[in-house]
Structures are given as structure tokens and as C-alpha cells.
Write a protein that binds this ligand. Structure first.
Ligand code: NDP
Length: 439
């Protein structure tokens, strides 16, 4: 699709997602507050529904912002974190992997070594643990400066989004994201104007997607376990379980780093506020809400039956998530002859990329989202009944449902435009969007 010009936008209304310019403005201005609000609720223990309770929570949120906004140590630590990971990406030996061809035919080669970076960090942390009798100052710092780190991550993500937006206007005319060049400063800043901003040969989008945020999420969970151990002499079953389950999810994502190259974020979305803020601030500081809630509530314990049921739910979710994504990946790499010989039902598309209408992809059109959502449930349930009653620990599962429903609709529209009649045929064969026979 050719980039839209200002002249074209006057003749034809430009299609904008997320509620267009007003929607993007609201998201840009409220999401940073939401992160601090939720963290405050996790620390206080609940999101009250009554007026005075909510007012008190909002006052606490402002108070956290005022006391942490000048936490210079946190800003320094955050910048070291981001740049340290960037340096690891450059220095550590890596696998080279080609991304999918862009719409102008160009192909980016990525340096993949996220898992090695995580392993090195874990080894360093373990050695530090032995050296300090498991009183790790780094993890204690993260607990003590959690709000400062969140504010630093928010500012860093905004600064990065401003920079990539301005940089996208450079004279060498970089490849813009289809849909990221509508002519509105607010909307284009939000959705991301340039498809793959680079600093020299350093690619920013996939780096942000997998490292500073995802790994920090795990570090925050570990910091919450460490704090509970130091302060209360134990780590509760729910906190261990949620740390293990989310740790597994991140480890698995980093192990399958190449798989991210075919996701919507990488293939079609530009890099702007949405991804910069989402990757750096929203993911680590709100996906870890369960651990933040549990750390100072050591009395919350799960029974053996609860642990087994939650672990089973995570396992079922994971199997669906991984099998579905791998099956699509496998199918997409088959030659036309192999596709025919596979025995799987598929639909030929004018794009040349056939649609699998069988196996997992015969149950629903985004069965992979269902698996991911089941895992989200298991993480929320690990906070126990009190966690669910607090409403804070339910945030992730509700937010994720909204994200996946919206994402499915965006993808549906994109696929309808690309695959034309083939997509209509696929929708007839597989009518369910995410959950078979339900939605
Ligand atoms: P998908 O991996 O589902 O990719 C969608 C693309 O796959 C479509 O645009 C189309 O691309 C292709 N496709 C769709 N249907 C078929 C089919 N039947 N046969 C072959 N190809 C098909 O989407 P996402 O990038 O949204 O998600 C990737 C994973 O990341 C998911 O498991 C999701 O749950 C997870 N995720 C997790 C998030 C989190 O915060 N934890 C956030 C977002 C996603 P094409 O144009 O090539 O045809």
C-alpha cells in the first residue's frame, strides 16, 4: 500500500485505529498514569469501588509520582539497564536471522541473542547471590525504587517514541509503516510512523519488544521474592508459582526469539509510542502486578490442589499457544508441493501466502490468542482468592482480553485487505474468531 499523502487524506478519509486522533490522545495521556495507579493499588492491596476509597487511591498515586519523579538513582539505573542490554546485543555472539520481506521487498537481518543475555544476567545474579548470602543489593534496589524505575521507564519510552517520530522525517526517506503516515502528529506519534527505525545497524523494534521490558518483568518478580524472603523469612507458594510461570513464559519467548519476526508488531506495526511505551513501561510494571501484590502479603498461601490446578491451566494454555504458533510457522515455510502433500486443508491467497484452514487453525482464526489468555488466567489465579478480590490481580486477564479482542479485529481487517476472497472463504470455513463455539 503506498504511503498516504496529505492531499489524498483531504479527498479520502484516512483510516485510523484506536479511536483515531482523540483515542490516541487519551491513550498517550492516561496510560502512564494507569501504570502508576495500578502499582499503587497493588501496594495498597486493592482497587476500591467506593468514592472515598478511590479518591484515597488517586491521592496515593499522585504522592508516589511526586516522591519518585526526582529519583535520580532510578533514572541512572534504568539508563544503565537499557544500554547494558543494548551492548550485550552487540557484543555477545548471535544467530543471524532474516525477517519477512517488507512490502518494498527489503529484508532486515536480525542479531538474535536475547536468551544468552538472560542466561548471562542470571549467572551474574546467582554469583552475586553466593557472594552476598542472598542479600542481593540489586534486587533490593529494584524493590525500594520500583516507582522511580517505573517513572524512569515511562519517560525513557516517551523520549524514545519522540526521537523515532522525529527521526522518521530524515531526508533518506525510510520505509514507513502502512497506516503510520496519516499526517496527524498525535496519531502517527502514537501508532508509529517508521516501520523499522535503526541507530546505525542497531535495530530498535525487536530489541525493545524482547529485552528491556520482558527481562525486567522477570527481574521485578525476582525482586519481589527476594524482598519477601528478606523481610518475612519465607517466599509464599503463590509468589513462587507466579514467578516460575511468568519466568517460563519469558524464557520460552526468548528461546523462540526468531518467532517474533513474523508477528504483527514486527511485520506491519510502526515503532512509536504504542510499542515503545508498551514494551518498556506497561509490560514490566503491570504484568508483574501479582508479584507486587503478593510480596508484602506473605500470609496468602495456596493449597496443593490450587497449585496443581493453576499449573495445569498454565500447561494447557502453553500447549495451545506453542502448538498453534508453531503449526502456522511450519505451514508458512512449506513449499507449494509440500503443502499439497501435507494433507492439510488450505486456501490459496493472491498474496502467495496460503491460509491454513485445518489442524489448530481449523478451530478458530486466532486459536493462539486463546492459549495465551488461559496462561494469563493462571498467573492471576496464583494471587489466590484475596488477589482476585483485590481486583488488582484481575487487571491482567481483563486487559489482555481487551487487547486480544482488539488485536484480532485489527488483524481481521488487515487479512481481509490482503487475502481478499481467500479470507472470506476462510471465515466461512472457520467462523470462530478466538474461542471455538464461544467467540
Ligand atoms: P499471529 O501470530 O496470530 O499472526 C497473525 C498473522 O498470521 C496474520 O496477519 C496472517 O499474516 C497470518 N495468518 C492468519 N491466519 C492464518 C492462517 N489460517 N494460516 C496462515 N497464516 C495465517 O498474530 P500476533 O502477531 O497478533 O500474535 C503472535 C503471538 O503473540 C500470539 O500467540 C499472541 O497471543 C502473542 N501476543 C502476546 C502479547 C502479550 O502481551 N503477551 C501481545 C500480543 C500478542 P499474513 O499477512 O502473513 O497472512
Amino acid at each position: 500500500m503506498p504511503p498516504k499523502t496529505r492531499t489524498a487524506s483531504k479527498i479520502q478519509p484516512v483510516h485510523r485505529e484506536f479511536g483515531g486522533i482523540p483515542g490516541s490522545f487519551v491513550l498517550i495521556t492516561t496510560l502512564p498514569w494507569l501504570v502508576i495507579f495500578l502499582m499503587t493499588a497493588a501496594s495498597n492491596g486493592s482497587i476500591p469501588f467506593d468514592g472515598p476509597g478511590l479518591k484515597a487511591l488517586l491521592e496515593d498515586t499522585y504522592s508516589h509520582v511526586y516522591t519518585s519523579i526526582l529519583d535520580i538513582a532510578a533514572y541512572k539505573a534504568y539508563v544503565c539497564w537499557w544500554t547494558g542490554l543494548a551492548m550485550m546485543r552487540v557484543i555477545i555472539p548471535c544467530r543471524k536471522f532474516d525477517g519477512l520481506p517488507n512490502r518494498d521487498g527489503s529484508v532486515l537481518t536480525y542479531n538474535l541473542n536475547a536468551l544468552t543475555s538472560l542466561i548471562i544476567l542470571c549467572i551474574v545474579l546467582t554469583l552475586r547471590g553466593f557472594a552476598t548470602s542472598w542479600q542481593l543489593p540489586e534486587l533490593q534496589f529494584l524493590y525500594d525504587h520500583l516507582f522511580g524505575m517505573a517513572i524512569a521507564a515511562i519517560f525513557f519510552s516517551i523520549a524514545q517514541a519522540v526521537w523515532v517520530y522525529l527521526y522518521s522525517f530524515r531526508s533518506s526517506k525510510p520505509l514507513l509503516a502502512a497506516g503510520g503516515d496519516t499526517g496527524s502528529v498525535i496519531y502517527d506519534f502514537y501508532i508509529g510512523r517508521e516501520l523499522n527505525p535503526m541507530i546505525g545497524s542497531f535495530e530498535l523494534k525487536v530489541f525493545n519488544e524482547l529485552r528491556p521490558g520482558l527481562i525486567l518483568w522477570i527481574m521485578i518478580n525476582l525482586a519481589m521474592c527476594h524482598h519477601q524472603f528478606i523481610a518475612y523469612g519465607k517466599v509464599s507458594s503463590g509468589l513462587i508459582l507466579v514467578t516460575l510461570m511468568e519466568g517460563f513464559y519469558v524464557l520460552e519467548s526468548l528461546y523462540n526469539e526468531d518467532k517474533v519476526l513474523s508477528t504483527m508488531d514486527v511485520v506491519s506495526d510502526g515503532f512509536g509510542f504504542m510499542l515503545s511505551f508498551g514494551d518498556l513501561a506497561l509490560v514490566p510494571f503491570t504484568y508483574s502486578l501479582q508479584a507486587q501484590f503478593l510480596t508484602d502479603r506473605p500470609e496468602i498461601e495456596l493449597s496443593f490442589f490450587e497449585i496443581a490446578a493453576i499449573a495445569a491451566l498454565q500447561a494447557i494454555g502453553y500447549i495451545i499457544f506453542r502448538k498453534t504458533n508453531s503449526q502456522k510457522d511450519w505451514f508458512r515455510h512449506l513449499t507449494p508441493a509440500e503443502r499439497k502433500a501435507s494433507g492439510y486443508k488450505f486456501i490459496k491467497s493472491p498474496t502467495g501466502r496460503s491460509l491454513l484452514a485445518d489442524g489448530w487453525w481449523g478451530y478458530s482464526r486466532h486459536i493462539n490468542y486463546f492459549g495465551d489468555w488461559l496462561m494469563a488466567w493462571s498467573w492471576c489465579l496464583a494471587a489466590g482468592v484475596s488477589g482476585l478480590k483485590s481486583r488488582v490481580c484481575l487487571f491482567y486477564v481483563i486487559y489482555f482480553a481487551v487487547l486480544l479482542i482488539h488485536r484480532e479485529r485489527r488483524d481481521d481487517e488487515k487479512c481481509a485487505n490482503q487475502h481478499k476472497q481467500a479470507w472470506t472463504e476462510y471465515k466461512k470455513l472457520v467462523p470462530w474468531r478466538i474461542i471455538p463455539y464461544v467467540y
